[in-house]
Design a protein around this ligand. Sequence first.
Ligand SMILES: *Cc1c(COP(=O)(O)O)cnc(C)c1O
Length: 373
Amino acid sequence: MVDLQGQYQNIQNQIDTKLKEVIASAQFINGNEVKMFQQELATYLNVKHVIACANGTDALQIAMMGLGLQVGDEVITVDFTFAATVEVIALLGLTPVLVDVNPDTFNMDVAALQKAITPKTKAIVPVHLFGQCANMEAILKIAKTHNLFVIEDTAQAIGADFIFSDGLRKKAGTMGTIGTTSFFPSKNLGAYGDGGALFTNDDNLAKKLRSIVNHGMSKRYYYDRIGVNSRLDNLQAAVLRIKLPLLDSYAVARQKAAAFYDRAFATCDTITTPKHSDFSTHVFHQYTLKINGINRDAVHAFLNENSIPNAIYYPVPLHQQEAYKHFKFDKDNLSVTKKLCQSVISLPMHTELALDQLEHITKTVLKFIKENE
Ligand SMILES: *Cc1c(COP(=O)(O)O)cnc(C)c1O
């Protein structure tokens, strides 16, 4: 699905030199690379504060801790996403409320969000799934009306732009109260191990988040609040500093691959290619098709047999997962997610896809479909 070796080979000299330098400095935790990376990412995103942490799941948890959410508070997120989002809500004793997504963009259904708000609702967690922003203009408006926090899960969409109706553009993760992201190796800005970060424009909140990632410490060995140990290490920050200036060119490479797929499947009725929202750019963390009319699992099996990497993101709605079954979800209103889980399939998407690979992938998909339509 990804080609991290190919991507490394293009920056090998820079990476190897830098990593040796960091190791020789023996500054592994809270070093200069982390400080510099936080500043450089803040500049890139045009946000006041970037707080690095150990991974994207921690970032979500730390965001909810920083906002002071209390046991029993309701947090609204989507049924169609990676488990991390709902996991941390449950871990903190908060009540997850899952809403359905738009069948075309795979992102939070704004009408469903509106309906799910109760007097106990404290926060909304839109997920910018597969590389494209949720409808933040509408979500921010609802949040303002009901006085709710917004935590943007930007793990799959770092670098994407949201375009407001007045033309104003903002980076994914910088519009809500807090944005969170992941530097998991296969993410659009991937480290060589785990990593994550939080973004905010709120000075006081930034201070609090910075203390929470480091055991809730204010000054050395004085603890103001309960925190966690969640840090980005200096080696990962060094890798990320080399890759950050390449992020936009990585997005262009992904967009080119997506455009090739779009063209190849344009006339095939069995395949719905990903919708491009007019209010967001798309950085294609995933290229996800919907298969209609024939069995998706048969396509999946055929591609596997023919050694074409492919994946089902996601095969089961969160509300049906064993771990979360005990929460009382509004099952009758999650039918879009249920249907998507049976019809989506993601094709290889990364920065190193060559023309012959794209041709081989699309030909193989279309061959199966022609034979089975
Ligand atoms: C990857 C991902 C996370 C979690 O990030 P980790 O760094 O793996 O903890 C959270 N949310 C979404 C939507 C993700 O894709």
